[in-house]
Design a protein around this ligand. Structure first.
Ligand code: SAM
Length: 223
């Protein structure tokens, strides 16, 4: 019986890959990836020639079975996602569950994750935080979700798409109050990296301007 590696990859800057990640990906019989084309260019960059197979949300059940069979035959599988740590708002949960249930050893190869990178530079309390993933896309659901979080005292961390960041800020101001402090961690580790801190009312005033462009990838933190 072989093992399953859960391998973190960079969230932007390719130099953030770890030495161990490169070695594990080189040694793996199969690399299971969310988007094989995207991961091919990462593997090419590091001269890794391992076989790539697709592992996505919509084929998770079928490809979980396929990967379990490979591991039962003794092949080593490494799971990667498009960026950062697999399973963190990315596919892999079903595969890890199934591997554990089959007695397969699951080994983490830690590295970048946007939630941790953002927290580490936010200036917000990090002794307790709640990672909330993506907020609901629809306004009513988003507001009621925020309402449920309104009494939480730990730092809240969200992933958000650039075309929804303004709506998220407007709802935070409405539900949690205009003075609530937020951090917008944008394009971390990339060329246009930006970490903006201030009250949500000010973030709303700046979003979409040159001060906070509505472009790129965002982590949104709420004090
Ligand atoms: N598995 C990834 C991780 O460990 O961070 C997250 C994958 S999730 C599908 C993608 C979201 O992560 C983006 O919409 C954004 O909120 C956040 N994200 C990823 N890379 C980022 C970066 N370089 N800067 C800021 N946020 C990022």
């Amino acid at each position: 019986m072989s093992c399953l590696y859960i391998v973190a990859t960079p969230i932007g800057n390719l130099d953030d890959i770890t030495l161990r990640a490169i070695q594990v990906l080189k040694d793996a019989d199969v690399v299971a990836a969310e988007d094989t084309r995207h991961s091919r260019s990462l593997l090419d960059h590091f001269g890794i020639t391992s076989r790539l197979v697709s592992y996505r949300d919509h084929n998770e059940a079928a490809s979980t079975q396929g990967l379990l069979t490979l591991m039962a035959e003794g092949q080593t599988v490494a799971l990667v996602s498009d960026a950062g740590t697999p399973l963190i708002s990315d596919p892999g949960y079903r595969l890890v569950q199934a591997a554990l249930a089959s007695g397969i050893q699951v080994v983490p190869i830690p590295g970048a994750s946007a939630v941790i990178a953002a927290l580490s530079v936010s200036g917000m309390a990090t002794d307790r935080f709640s990672f909330e993933g993506f907020l609901p896309a629809k306004r009513v659901a988003r507001q009621s979700y925020l309402q449920q979080l309104s009494q939480e005292s730990q730092t809240l961390v969200f992933y958000e798409a650039p075309h929804r960041i303004r709506e998220a800020l407007l709802d935070i101001a409405e539900v949690l109050g205009e003075d609530r402090r937020v951090t917008l961690a944008r394009e971390l580790t990339k060329r246009f990296e930006q970490v903006w801190n201030g009250p949500v009312s000010e973030a709303i005033a700046h979003i979409g301007s040159k001060h906070i462009p509505e472009r790129g990838e965002f982590v949104l933190l709420v004090a």
